[in-house]
Design a protein. Structure first.
Length: 428
């Protein structure tokens, strides 16, 4: 009789033991599938967290121009970047805030300098006060790369309240030479938690007189001549992970020189948010390895016991001339025949319960700053979608069949040493 057919008849004749073996395989395959699903979900969430959170690198250099800052921003390790160009501007038809404290005697203002502190930005979401939530946009939106050619402004709430401004209104400011008035459309209002100083402070140093505008607008306000002028106070570059900072530093050295610039890496948010995700992924990988090893040992022990229980059956088959490798093959087929339906049951269980398990272990990362123009948005790194994909099921099936092969072939070595006469004599 064909040993494959004999394996099927043996499974049918030993229903209770087959059911027990099936239950063990279902648990084993479910744990394996859970480990793979958790690994894949952690990898997806880590990639999302690297994109949203990333690592902020701040570059400062005396004489850093917008053109150099833009060139460094084109590096393939940079996801987003934002240079900040501070200029001063005067107001027309707009009343700036002034200090409530009396001005000290003999202290004169700065002739030809405006009371508004204007900051040219490319991506307001990368300004550290916005990025980490100390400043919040209370109305409208921030400034992004798509606003490069627009004359718009993001203003502080106190200045808006003083002048009765709302999103959509237009304010007018003057360039540094006083000859170029510029209308700016208010696209957002932000709130700075910094309190007004108790002592007299020049108007441009009051937090309420701070405006954010696109870089080109700030260049025009600062010089009155157009593009290409002005000095960037700092540039912030967001990269995916700390290990990319070394590459960015090398490119900064190539562009800015080997010395004379400040290069600071801020990876606190990355460590706080991404490292736990990486730990979950590493733990899931360890689970897969431990389960595979433990499963092989447990099933190997079970098959060894079955072989001992079926010594008489094996002796009869050997006496009838059955080859020993076919006896080992019969046991391998029996275990594999139980493993395949166990994989299907595990896949169904993973489809039903995988998402809830993923949410429990890889839930949303709260208080993560939003990637959209500086507006903090809790839970920006959402819990990943847990998907049971054919490739993952194939891995589980492969490991399951590998375990069944190892757990039958290794104990089956003992079959090679069996002699039918001694087996049948012992059983009488």
């Amino acid at each position: 009789m064909n040993f494959v057919k004999r394996a099927g008849m043996s499974l049918g004749a030993r229903k209770s033991k087959t059911a027990a073996l099936l239950a063990i395989f279902v648990v084993l395959c479910s744990l394996l599938l859970g480990g793979f699903l958790l690994q894949a979900a952690a990898a997806r969430q880590e990639a999302d967290a690297q994109r949203v959170i990333g690592v902020d690198v701040t570059v400062r250099q005396k004489g850093l121009t917008p053109a150099l800052a833009d060139e460094l921003g084109t590096s393939d390790v940079v996801n987003r970047y934002n240079p900040r160009l501070p200029v001063r501007a005067a107001a027309r038809g707009l009343t700036p805030l002034t200090s409530d404290a009396p001005q000290p005697g003999g202290e004169a203002g700065e002739p030809g300098r405006g009371p508004l502190a204007v900051n040219g930005v490319r991506d307001a979401g990368l300004l550290l006060p916005f990025s980490y939530g100390s400043m919040k946009i209370t109305a409208g939106r921030g400034i992004g790369p798509e606003d490069a050619d627009r004359d718009i402004a993001l203003i502080e709430r106190r200045l808006a309240d003083r002048n009765g401004l709302a999103v959509g209104d237009t304010i007018r400011v003057l360039s540094a030479d006083g000859e170029h008035p510029m209308p700016l459309k208010v696209v957002g209002i932000f709130q700075d938690p910094t309190q007004d100083p108790s002592s007299w402070t020049p108007p441009h140093e009051l937090p309420g007189n701070t405006l954010y505008v696109p870089m080109a607008t700030a260049q025009q306000l600062g010089t009155g001549t157009g593009t290409g002028a002005g000095t960037v106070s700092e540039a912030v570059y967001r990269i995916g992970s700390p290990d990319r900072a070394e590459r960015l530093h090398a490119e900064a050295e190539r562009l800015l020189g080997e010395s004379g610039f400040d290069f600071r890496v801020n990876d606190k948010a990355y460590r706080d948010q991404v490292r736990p995700i990486q730990q979950v992924g590493a733990f899931a990988g360890l689970i897969v390895q431990v389960i595979a090893l433990a499963g092989a040992l447990i099933l190997g022990l079970i098959v060894t016991l079955q072989i001992r229980e079926r010594r008489t059956e094996l002796g009869v088959l050997l006496a009838m001339g059955e080859r020993k490798w076919k006896l080992i093959g019969q046991h391998a087929v029996e275990v594999a025949a139980v493993a395949l339906p166990a994989v299907a049951v595990a896949a169904l269980a993973g489809q039903l319960a995988g998402q809830s398990a993923g949410d429990a272990l890889l839930g949303p990362q709260d208080d993560t700053p939003s990637a959209q123009h500086g507006a903090p948005e809790p839970g920006a790194v959402a819990a990943p979608t847990v998907r049971v994909e054919p490739g993952t099921v194939g891995k589980v099936a492969g490991i399951g069949l590998g375990i069944s092969l190892v757990s039958t072939v290794v104990p089956g070595i003992g079959i090679l040493r069996l002699h039918p006469r001694s087996i049948l004599t012992d059983s009488e």
